[in-house]
Design a protein around this ligand. Sequence first.
Ligand SMILES: Cc1cc2nc3c(=O)[nH]c(=O)nc-3n(C[C@H](O)[C@H](O)[C@H](O)COP(=O)(O)O)c2cc1C
Length: 261
Amino acid sequence: MATEKKPILNELFESRNSYIEKAEKIKKEDFIKTIKSRRSVRNYNQEPVIEKHMKECLELALLAPNSSNLQPWEFFWVKSKENKKKIISYCLGQPAASTAQELVVAVARPDYWKVNQKRMLKLIDEMGEKAPKSIKKYYGVIVPLAYNQGLFSIRGYIKKLAMELRGIKKPTPREPYNKRGMAIWAHKSTALACENLMLSLRAYGYDSCPMEGIDSKRIKKLLGLRNPAEISMVISAGKRAINGVYGKQVRFNSSYFIHEI
Ligand SMILES: Cc1cc2nc3c(=O)[nH]c(=O)nc-3n(C[C@H](O)[C@H](O)[C@H](O)COP(=O)(O)O)c2cc1C
């Protein structure tokens, strides 16, 4: 009798897991309040952001879910007066930057798949016998297969071809397979961390504004970053001035966006 082949990730993620982490109870009202009161603030007052709070919010940003736990991001907290002045001008002088108490540049790092794969393999090594085989296989074999696109993405395109063929008959993992795909890959996770940062700031009593109206090239130069690093956004922080929010929050009818299938 022919044995049926398992789907591609089934074996890897199959749960023979003995680790238990109970789901914490949350007061949803406070969470909803945090989400609903987060607005993009374009004018801040003079109140500083307490350094410890800023640090804690940045740490919370790093708890965002991220692809393969490869953490493809960096956050540059702009502290020196000189750099702040430069970043404000690279944010094209917009008030969300010029009136802010703090500025953070969020950077997507497609290349961190490799940097953090190595860190992860080291961690796994240190775990010794306790490390599940599936984790070793995931970071040692699957991760390079998925994220190493090779010189000029040649590996990526070969993979794409192989996956297209495989995909004719069965569900198959596909992207990323080139530089653009890797940039999208890193930006997805970085943006989630940015949202964590902005919601954390709100929960700590502060406000924020994400900005992509920026000169990314100049910012990269200032930070000493080279390709494939990409600026995801600049996030400003502080406390809203009385007229800090420009108008009521507008969203189109949710039926345009939420679909039940
Ligand atoms: C990726 C991204 C880039 C943005 N860039 C800017 C910007 O450069 N300047 C600005 O004032 N607001 C910027 N915003 C804020 C949006 O305009 C704002 O989120 C939107 O109008 C909805 O308003 P709300 O955030 O108050 O709900 C950006 C938001 C996102 C998510």
